[in-house]
Ligand binder design. Structure first.
Ligand code: URA
Length: 307
């Protein structure tokens, strides 16, 4: 594959828009590498007998295309990598592209920490998050998914990240897994008037991909402050990512679930936390619903003791 370098601001903006929509948020190398050609070359090396029949196809290949048998190709005149561009200086780049080109880094996490700490109410926190441009996920999401339910509730549940339905409505857990979550809450006599629901990540990752550790670190101060401001009596971590992020553990959810842990807020408040299975997992693995049922009964009992 060869590619001409984008040279005009409009071409560079178009390339950045392509990167952003493809979910590219980090530059690993200074020059692009054609991984497809690399993989094809490796597999051809492993299967020499298959190389001969491939030769005629190579002749027919249009000029400029790479034969799989060739050595991995570095793109000639590669487009400038994301890290080598300061998109904020490109006058024609749309605002969302300019901002999306900001590669998440420690500075963004520090900015998020400062912003989150400065919010003294949930409304302020929501406004700060809506104005925050340091997480690339914001630029592919349609809405900020802040929370649903009652901020004065004794129980707060935290999931991983919004999906398509949540992104469209701007509310957490409104899709299929949300409907199951509603039934799980109803089973212990609760609903969205008596529980508060949020996510670790408030913007939908494109194509529902797993949020990167960078993105999680950038968003972590917001959910931690949200928990601190709600100050629930009991926290439920829905799924591994929520449990790992908020309980500072690397243990898998199947080992964690069903055992009380503690979430400690920045100001030192210790909140009992119950890690449990994510409703989306339960939809795929209904045999494990009984485990989540046990966890929810634990939560119900704990709330009773704290009344
Ligand atoms: N899964 C989550 O973790 N959160 C949502 O809001 C929806 C699905």
């Amino acid at each position: 594959m060869t590619a001409a370098s984008p040279s005009t601001p409009a071409e560079i903006a178009e390339l950045l828009a392509f990167y952003a929509s493809a979910g590219v948020d980090d530059a690993l190398e200074d020059a692009p590498i054609n991984r497809v050609a690399e993989a094809a070359a490796k597999s051809a090396e492993r299967r020499p007998a298959e190389r001969a029949p491939a030769a005629p196809r190579q002749e027919a290949r249009p000029e400029g295309r790479t034969a799989p048998e060739q050595a991995p190709e570095r793109v000639e005149n590669p487009p400038a990598p994301l890290s080598g561009l300061d998109a904020s200086t490109i006058p024609d780049a749309p605002a969302r592209v300019r901002a999306a080109a900001a590669v998440p880094d420690e500075a963004q996490a520090a900015a998020a920490r400062q912003l989150a700490a400065s919010a003294s109410t949930l409304d302020e926190l929501r406004q700060h998050m809506a104005a925050f441009d340091g997480c690339n996920l914001k630029f592919t999401a349609k809405n900020l998914v802040f929370a649903d339910g009652n901020p004065n509730a004794d129980l707060m549940l935290v999931g991983e990240a919004p999906g398509r339905d949540e992104d469209l409505e701007g509310l957490p857990f409104v899709g299929r897994s949300g409907r199951l979550l509603d039934r799980m809450l109803a089973a212990i006599g609760l609903d969205r008037n008596s529980a508060y629901i949020a996510n670790v990540i408030p913007w939908r990752p494109p194509g529902n991909r797993t949020p990167t550790p960078h993105e999680t670190e950038i968003c972590r101060p917001f959910i931690e402050r949200q928990i601190e401001l709600v100050n629930p009596k009991v926290l439920v971590n829905l799924g591994g990512p929520s449990a790992k992020t908020l309980l500072n553990t690397t243990e898998g959810i199947l080992r964690l679930r069903g055992n009380w842990r503690v979430h400690t807020t920045a100001s030192g408040i210790a909140i009992p936390a119950m890690p449990t299975l994510h409703p989306a997992y339960l939809l795929r693995t209904p045999a494990h619903k009984k485990l989540a049922w046990r966890d929810f009964l634990e939560v119900k009992a704990k709330l009773r003791t704290l009344e």
